[in-house]
Design a binder for this molecule. Structure first.
Ligand code: TYD
Length: 149
């Protein structure tokens, strides 16, 4: 129910004795135009971030430095991804509950986002998330039924 769309994307990597380089182009290496970038850093040991879903937002999450875990949940299935390479990104589709934990010291979590910041796009309560999933399913079913008529 959505989590199957969330995948690790291997990004281009230019290996060089002087230091490696990775680049990302919107709509080419990832399935959306990049409208915003933000990053998490100086995360104290044992802290977790996230704990919400987005109605429309698509994201690519990268461990630009160090490592951390991303737990994704589509209301039916929960999956834990371990990110520890600068050339791997985790694509997160809309309507996925996410939590980030297990940050290594000095890690940097870089996020590319498909939309500008909009608090109305957040669902910050898990029960509300589950209810919204149900509503979306009903709307989809109605649209399919109407299409058949
Ligand atoms: P939030 O997305 O809740 O953090 P996380 O999911 O990583 O725990 O954002 C924390 C605060 O930062 C919140 O008050 C909103 C603000 N914020 C912005 O103003 N712009 C942004 O692009 C982001 C991601 C957050």
């Amino acid at each position: 129910m959505g989590i199957e769309k969330c995948k690790i994307i291997e990004l281009p990597k230019i290996t060089d004795a002087r230091g490696n380089l990775t680049f990302i182009e919107g709509n080419k290496h990832i399935p959306f135009e990049i409208k915003r970038i933000y990053y998490l850093y100086d995360v104290p040991g044992g802290e977790s971030r996230g704990g919400h879903a987005h109605r429309k937002l698509q994201q690519l999450i990268i461990a630009a430095s160090g490592s951390f875990d991303v737990i994704l949940d589509d209301g039916f299935e929960r999956k834990r991804f371990y990110l520890n390479r600068s050339y791997y990104g985790l694509y997160v589709s809309p309507m996925i509950w996410r939590e980030l934990d297990n940050f290594s010291s000095g890690s940097v979590c870089l996020v590319l986002a498909s939309e500008l910041y909009n608090e109305n796009d957040y669902i910050r309560d898990y029960e509300t998330f589950k209810k919204q999933l149900k509503i979306n399913q009903e709307i989809k079913k109605e649209e399919l039924d109407n299409g058949k008529k």
